[in-house]
Write a protein that binds this ligand. Structure first.
Ligand SMILES: *[C@@H]1O[C@H](CO)[C@@H](O)[C@H](O)[C@H]1NC(C)=O
Length: 394
């Protein structure tokens, strides 16, 4: 269904391009080949959780490096808590007016360290406006730390990255992309009509666990065809942190990873059931665990389809007590190991960033809006031979 839509968009783009100057449909051949420096570059993925950010690098040779886990500052935690619990008010003018200045500032003064930006903040302070950083700034502060850690790990400047986020409705992909632009980073999401515009944590974790990865990822349409007749999985993603629990239902149309439109169907957020709350409430343990178990059951019970897979994310999800509680609550609603196995093959703390890095690594090899000619592999083979040391690749 999605692919058909994409095909129509493709045809439409093609039609428009016949009228306008140049064609930008994926059905066309590229004029140039991707240079080795881009094609073989490491794929970098960041994950923004409500509490911290993580960075993972996947090299061309397949080596995966978990680069960094950086805690968000208090402003970041507060922002995320607000985004997690508020409903998006897209129609509201007030909200629009509130969000507008941050975008204008970001377009006018694109650098964090620019004197103009400092002046803008100084002005705001003089005018008695809250000097609190806006959402874009708060997010870019954390992204910047991830960027610095990553550049150190790969020993080269970072240019392009895929960022996954929890999928809270009020956290718009535009906000994350604006935060990346502030840092001079380009994104692998929303950069082409043929590829996803958003990478939600659940989708990234799904791919990181090895699900739905096509073999022929160099061809967007063939990649989708590989899963055309696959059963449609329904995935329950459980994210557990020190300060909150959130669960998501991902309803896939086919089992292909990195779907064009995120498959996030429903989400439950509870800021009172984090691991810290548990450890504090010594008295009330039974009540706490009882409530946790029933919260875990809500989305699977309400889901239109039976859960086929249970995936984990977040730094606290492997706490033995939590895992036991999850298993117990799932078997209570007949989702035992036989029906939906709880996956623990990769570190849940880095799972989403790993999925994002995987997506970025694959995209490095594929031009986003044209097909490479077949001789490109040979051109690059020669290019690699002439580059004797890895240092020169940089
Ligand atoms: C893969 O590449 C990275 C970066 O160049 C290097 O550090 C690592 O040792 C390589 N791993 C293998 C198995 O070749």
């Amino acid at each position: 269904m999605t692919m058909r839509l994409l095909w129509w968009m493709c045809s439409l783009t093609h039609f428009v391009s016949l009228v306008s100057a140049d064609s930008d449909c994926i059905g066309t051949w590229c004029d140039t080949c991707l240079p080795v420096t881009i094609h073989d570059a490491p794929g970098v993925g960041f994950d923004l959780t409500p509490l911290y950010g993580t960075a993972v690098v996947i090299y061309y040779n397949g080596t995966v490096v978990e680069v960094a886990k950086i805690p968000g500052n208090p402003e970041y935690l507060e922002l995320m808590a607000r985004l997690a619990t508020s409903q998006p008010v897209l129609q509201s003018t007030r909200n629009f007016m509130h969000e507008l200045p941050s975008y204008i500032v970001e377009y006018l003064f694109p650098s964090v360290s620019s004197p103009w930006r400092d002046w803008w903040r100084w002005m705001n302070m003089k005018l008695g406006r809250p000097i609190k950083a806006d959402s874009v700034e708060i997010i870019s502060d954390l992204l910047q730390e991830l960027k610095i850690a990553t550049e150190k790990a790969i020993s080269q400047p970072l240019d392009r990255v895929a960022v996954s986020e929890p999928g809270f409705q009020s956290l718009s992909p535009a906000m994350v992309n604006a935060a990346l632009r502030v840092l001079g980073l380009r994104t692998w999401l929303h950069d082409s009509v043929y590829y996803p515009s958003r990478l939600v944590e659940g989708d990234a974790v799904y791919a990181a666990n090895g699900y739905g990865l096509c073999i022929n990822y160099r061809d967007r349409f063939q990649c989708a065809d590989e899963f055309a007749n696959s059963p449609a999985p329904t995935v329950f993603v459980v994210s557990y942190h020190r300060n909150l629990l959130y669960t998501s239902i991902m309803d896939y149309a086919t089992s292909e990873a990195f779907p064009y439109v995120s498959r996030l169907e429903a989400q439950l957020v509870d800021y009172e059931l984090g691991l810290d709350n548990l450890l504090e409430n010594d008295q009330d343990q039974t009540a706490f665990w009882g409530r946790l178990r029933s919260q875990l059951q809500i989305l699977p019970r309400e889901s239109e389809y039976t859960i086929t897979d249970i995936l984990l994310a977040g730094e606290s999800v492997t706490h033995p007590r939590f895992l036991a509680s999850l298993r117990e609550s799932m078997s209570e609603i007949s989702l035992g190991p036989a029906t939906a196995k709880i996956q623990l093959a990769i570190d849940p703390t880095f799972a989403a960033a790993r999925g994002a890095a995987l997506y970025a690594r694959r995209r490095q090899e594929v031009p986003s809006d044209c097909y490479e000619k077949s001789e490109c592999e040979e051109v690059r083979l020669r290019e690699r031979l002439h580059t004797s040391t890895p240092e020169e690749l940089r």
